[in-house]
Design a protein around this ligand. Structure first.
Ligand SMILES: Cc1cc2nc3c(=O)[nH]c(=O)nc-3n(C[C@H](O)[C@H](O)[C@H](O)COP(=O)(O)OP(=O)(O)OC[C@H]3O[C@@H](n4cnc5c(N)ncnc54)[C@H](O)[C@@H]3O)c2cc1C
Ligand SMILES: NC(=O)c1ccc[n+]([C@@H]2O[C@H](COP(=O)([O-])OP(=O)(O)OC[C@H]3O[C@@H](n4cnc5c(N)ncnc54)[C@H](O)[C@@H]3O)[C@@H](O)[C@H]2O)c1
Length: 471
């Protein structure tokens, strides 16, 4: 029997942050992992997907280079080498999340599946662990949608897609959320013929006017997007996958060499025997309060398994809240006023705080400020004028949210994250001196637009004329 202060179950983004924080603050810490250290983000999520997107962008670059007077030959894609590049990036980051590093920090790492025996005891392989506080951070996996015949076809998920060593000829992606759009575009850029099938509209969590910028680009590039489309059944023959779908009431057949499921996530709750520990959970995940405590107050849950905002940075945020609660017994609570996310399509779409869509539901008065990339000199020089920034402000100019769609939107969102977390007003951003010519100027210009009406009003003109009379 291992007795410890803290036992973390799952060594993904949430679990690693908690274990590293706890041990370095003096807590006796055990970390239990049944799969690969680093979890989804390192092995099957953020890292490989961004590495693949980079390969896709490199493959696509030649098409745009002509606009600048540079003519490349059509590139040859060596997909085995693309695969090796993706795995190489994982290998490069892996040591940071490794058993060796965590053991050096002083964490006791147990590589086996954790399963509760009672509210205070976890079975881990042949061992049992009793801890003052347990933290469940077992993450999520690809949800397999209830499509007739899906269990009889071979499909890819985020766990298998990065193992491909041959480029899919015809890739059908079910689901047009961030995974579907990012990976769909990456494979398209590398030469696959891609169709995204979405039952609603793509990227449904973002404002429709911003999503339209991404959609237009994907479609203009030749990626097929079927929205409001129901998948009726799936089957497989010697030529590949056949999906029967219904689009606008019309049944169609879609044929592909490969099928990727990107239709949302299911929490990893099944193998934990949560009932034995008195932990409530629902379809979306483990139920937690604002302090991230489960229905068993000595057990916390963090990251994807709670079904909240499923991002690596939010898993790390959860870790901070849990450290304060479990180690320092402080009643720290989560606050979701300034949650950012970025979808790394090209163009990227970044969001923090209130979206316009959310704002319409709050009942409060607000103003929407926008500034187009087309009015930014750097975007013109780069010939990337599609996109805009949109900011939601209160009547008194308090920043409530910001969204950016366009080149490097993910890099441009940080000042707005800071503005929200510090409760800044729009004037604070308007008064910044932004270097010229940068894309960042879109943020200064959108903030400045808050004052345009009052600054160039008849009243101001009158005051200026009046003052000029005094010499
Ligand atoms: C394709 C893809 C791209 C993504 N891109 C981004 C991105 O760009 N930016 C971003 O912020 N987020 C991204 N995400 C989301 C991000 O990966 C997750 O939000 C994050 O990994 C969640 O961390 P976690 O610690 O909750 O879970 P995970 O990282 O999934 O870790 C959970 C760990 O628990 C282990 N485990 C499960 N059950 C048990 C058990 N019973 N006993 C012991 N161990 C167990 C698992 O093996 C796993 O290692 C992406 C996700 C995917 C799938
Ligand atoms: N850049 C990022 O930060 C990033 C990238 C990838 C994933 N993630 C995280 O991972 C989560 C999961 O991503 P995801 O894209 O799988 O899920 P998602 O829930 O965000 O999107 C899934 C999409 O699939 C559609 N869908 C569901 N069932 C379907 C069906 N039967 N037929 C057709 N369409 C169907 C939904 O309408 C939805 O639009 C994201 O919500 C996000 O939190 C983040």
């Amino acid at each position: 029997m291992i007795k410890t202060d803290i036992c973390v179950i799952g060594a993904g983004s949430a679990g690693l942050s908690i274990a590293a924080g706890a041990v370095q603050m003096g807590a006796d810490t055990v970390l239990v992992e049944s799969g690969r250290m680093g979890g989804d983000c390192l092995n099957y999520g953020c890292v490989p997907s961004k590495a693949l997107l980079t390969a896709g962008k490199a493959a696509r670059h030649w098409k745009k280079a002509k606009d600048f007077g540079v003519d490349y030959q059509t590139p040859q894609i060596d997909f085995q080498a693309v695969h090796d590049h993706v795995k190489g990036v994982i290998a490069d980051i892996e040591p940071h999340d490794s058993v060796e590093r965590f053991e050096e920090l002083g964490v006791r790492v147990v590589q086996a599946k954790g399963e509760f025996l009672d509210p205070k005891t976890l079975k881990v392989g042949e061992e049992t662990v009793q801890a003052r506080r347990f933290i469940i951070s077992t993450g999520s996996r690809a949800m397999v949608p209830p499509i007739k015949g899906i269990d009889r076809v071979s499909y890819l998920t985020n766990e298998s897609v990065f193992d491909l060593t041959d480029l899919p000829k015809k890739l059908i992606v079910v689901g047009g959320g961030p995974i579907g759009c990012e990976l769909g575009q990456a494979f398209h850029n590398l030469g696959s013929q891609v169709t995204i099938v979405e039952m609603a509209t793509i990227m449904p969590k973002d404002d429709t006017d911003l999503v339209e910028v991404v959609r237009s680009r994907l479609q203009a590039d030749g990626l097929a997007i079927m929205e409001n489309t129901k998948v009726l059944s799936a089957s497989q023959n010697t030529n590949g996958i056949v999906l029967r779908v219904e689009e606008d009431g019309v049944e169609k057949e879609l044929k592909g060499s490969h099928l990727l499921l990107a239709a949302g996530r299911a929490p990893n709750v099944e193998n934990l025997n949560l009932e034995a520990a008195g932990i409530d959970y629902e379809r979306q995940g483990i139920v937690v309060d604002k302090r991230l405590r489960t229905s068993n107050k000595k057990i916390y849950a963090a990251g994807d398994v709670t079904g909240g905002y499923q991002f690596t940075h939010m898993a790390a945020y959860d870790a901070g809240i849990i450290i304060r609660n479990a180690l320092f017994r402080l009643p720290a609570k989560v606050s979701y006023n300034a949650v950012p996310w970025v979808t790394y399509t090209d163009p990227e779409l970044a969001q923090v705080g209130l979206s316009e869509n959310d704002a319409t539901k709050t009942g409060q008065e607000y103003r929407v400020l926008t500034w187009a990339y087309a009015d930014n000199d750097r975007a013109r020089a780069e010939r990337r004028t599609e996109g805009k920034v949109k900011v939601i402000v209160s009547k008194k100019g308090k920043i409530l949210g910001a969204s950016i769609v366009g080149l490097q939107a993910g890099e441009l969102i940080l000042p707005w994250c800071l503005a929200l977390s510090k409760g800044l007003k729009i004037g604070d951003v308007a008064n910044v001196i932004a270097p010229y010519p940068t894309l960042s100027e879109v943020s200064k210009r959108v903030a400045g637009s808050y004052y345009t009406e009052s600054l160039f009003s008849d009243r101001v003109k009158m005051i200026v004329r009046f003052l000029s009379k005094f010499g």
